[in-house]
Design a protein around this ligand. Structure first.
Ligand code: UD1
Ligand code: PEP
Length: 448
């Protein structure tokens, strides 16, 4: 694989604090879904604050295969999506997107409503656990869809109009909650979804759907009630900012003893992260345009951290922050309760000089789905440790960004392989690194 025509390896000369300003745009975990929602409308939709990341390009390609016209709007980062001529796409063409991201599964409801059938290729996404899609198919069957698994993917049909239903999720899955929303809005009658996920990106998707004409009520107890309507229009929406990218840069500021102003970062969706950042000893200042994050000097403090569904500590914040925890004094405990295999990336940090020990037990107080099931899902990080440059191979999106942070915080040079994967969720990350003063080079290509 190549990045900008060069080999997919980044040389990182560590030891320089990251300082300066970068901007985050719309959330990776909202924008592609808002694009799928446009399929439900009878008129064009307008989506602003769209980042140029691979997951957006994948969904754009899939929408176009189904006859949706996608073109840039008047503002930079704006897309106009016109679904007036939705059609069945050639299965072989769709199959070319197999393994690309998690989003194709969310086409099920909209395509069943529009065409009465759908073909969903194999999914991609980060390899951080088994990532089954059983909840998705269970709920689609409850709406009245039939599903046939074949070698190349899943074939779905809706012999009649899908019907609203009463669903209780076994776990507040983000993707399944979105599946229910995108299906229930045009289903006949009322759908009641309990134990739903309520991440800020889900609320923003609900805002998009409401703008299209949907009727969706959220209770305080994780119950969402959707009253199906016969027809939806288009929307005009500006995507909420990417709180996951913002937290990644915040962690980079802490680990490299730097100071980064993240334009676009928003307090409301990051409150839990900000509390933790403060407990570790990181400093931040919030204004109307963004948040400044910095290392205030002195020692960082060890903490006990447990990832959870919103409003808990988001699992996608965990990996970048663990790098900063290698610089904190004492023992930090990290309990990953959302994905069973999201701590594997720490072995490379240990090669760089970190002291991170993994455990199968649920450390830190509460018991999760993974206790007693033989998954290394808890970690004890002892610090501070001096990191040394190393040869690193990027395992997944956030793990990859964590390796970049570790390489930037380390003494000496690291070779980071597979950096193309980071484009999946971080817009122009190499330009941003250069703007922040990072000493990085793509072998055979000048940066900056
Ligand atoms: C594109 C996108 O938005 N990705 C996000 C989304 O992923 P995604 O929507 O895939 O994550 P889920 O919330 O569905 O998964 C949470 C847990 O539920 C389990 N599960 C899920 C579905 C299912 O059918 N069966 C099942 O067992 C998963 O294995 C996992 O252990 O939410 C995650 C949790 O905030 C984030 O880390 C991802 O960045
Ligand atoms: C796990 C992630 O994404 P995805 O669900 O797209 O793999 C992530 O963004 O960290």
């Amino acid at each position: 694989m190549t990045v900008n025509g060069a080999e997919d390896v980044l040389l990182v000369h560590g030891g320089t604090p990251l300082e300066g300003e970068i901007r985050v745009r719309g959330a990776k975990n909202l924008v592609p879904k808002a694009m799928v929602a446009a399929l439900l409308g009878s008129e064009p939709s307008r989506l602003g604050n769209v980042p140029d990341i691979r997951d957006v390009r994948v969904v754009r390609g899939l929408l176009q295969l189904h006859g949706v016209t996608v073109r840039p709007g008047d503002e930079p980062g704006e897309l106009v999506l016109d679904p007036t001529h939705v059609e069945s796409a050639n299965v072989a063409d769709i199959d070319a997107h197999a393994g690309s991201s998690r989003i194709p599964i969310l086409f099920c409801g909209p395509l069943l409503h529009r065409l009465g059938h759908a073909f969903i290729p194999g999914l991609g996404g980060c390899d951080i656990g088994g990532r089954p899609i059983d909840f998705h198919f269970d709920v689609l069957r409850q709406f009245g869809a039939t599903i046939e698994k074949r070698a190349d993917g899943q074939y779905l049909e809706a012999p009649q109009r899908l019907r609203g239903t009463k669903i209780k999720l076994p776990y507040p899955s983000v993707g399944t909650t979105e599946q229910v929303l995108l299906t229930a809005v045009l289903a006949e009658g009322v759908t009641e979804l309990s134990n739903a996920a309520v991440e800020p990106e889900i609320e923003d998707l609900i805002c998009v759907l409401q703008k299209m004409g949907a009727i969706i009520a959220m209770d305080t107890d994780r119950t969402i009630r959707i009253t199906g309507v016969d027809k939806l229009g288009g929307y005009n929406h500006r995507a909420l900012p990417d709180r996951l990218e913002a937290a990644s840069w915040a962690s980079a500021a802490l680990a490299t003893e730097g100071n980064i102003y993240v334009r676009g970062a928003q307090q409301r969706s990051m409150m839990t992260f900000l509390n933790t950042y403060r407990k570790v000893g990181g400093a931040f200042e919030i204004d109307d345009q963004g948040i400044r994050f910095w290392h205030p000097g002195g020692q960082l403090k060890s903490i006990a951290l447990e990832t959870d569904v919103h409003p808990g500590f988001q699992t996608d914040w965990q990996q970048p922050l663990v790098v900063a925890l290698t610089q904190a004094t004492g023992l930090s405990i990290v309990h990953e309760t959302v994905y069973e295999s999201r701590l594997g990336f720490t072995s490379a940090l240990n090669q760089m000089g970190a002291h991170i020990q993994l455990y199968r037990e649920c450390l830190g107080g509460s018991h999760c789905r993974f206790g007693q099931r033989n998954f290394l899902h808890s970690a004890v990080v002892s610090g501070p440790t001096r990191l040394q440059g190393a040869d690193l191979v990027i395992p997944d999106l956030r793990g990859g960004f964590s390796y970049l942070i570790a390489a930037l915080a380390a003494q000496g040079t690291s070779r980071v392989h597979g950096i193309g994967l980071i484009n999946r969720g971080y817009e122009n990350f190499m330009d941003k690194l250069v703007e922040l003063g990072a000493k990085v080079e793509l072998p055979g290509k000048a940066l900056g």
